[in-house]
Design a protein. Structure first.
Length: 125
């Protein structure tokens, strides 16, 4: 039973990593295509770039969240880990968690600025 569970969990980790790869690739391509007008057009407004960044951050948050889940599953099925491997997993988890935290904070601030901008425009009209 334990071997079967380890086999299934190992395959699930591979599937999650494949899903993360798809998520990150789609998000990166979409962000690249959305940022081109902002980079090459001198008349492009700043909100185009910010909107692209916000959308990209959402894709990255999704990818980081799934990667962390894969790490947790992988660590639960590891037969015997030495302290170096445990430390490496802990460092990766902390880094991913901090990246996720800061990306989410940046998104919240960007959304707040956008709402305030819309309110200011509404007052002007």
């Amino acid at each position: 039973m334990k071997e079967w569970l380890a086999l299934v969990a190992g395959n699930v980790v591979v599937i999650i990593h494949a899903m993360v790869l798809v998520i990150i690739v789609i998000g990166t391509v979409q962000a690249f295509l959305r940022s081109l007008p902002a980079v090459f057009s001198p008349s492009a407004e700043g909100h185009h770039f910010r909107n692209g960044y916000s959308l990209y951050a959402r894709w990255l948050i999704a990818g980081l969240t799934f990667q962390l889940a894969a790490d947790i599953i992988e660590s639960s099925i590891a037969p015997s880990w030495d302290w170096d491997e445990i430390g490496r997993l802990a460092a990766i988890s902390v880094i991913r968690t901090f990246l996720n935290f800061f990306l989410e904070r940046d998104l919240a601030e960007a959304e707040k600025r956008e709402v305030e901008s819309h309110r200011a425009q509404a007052r002007e009209t």
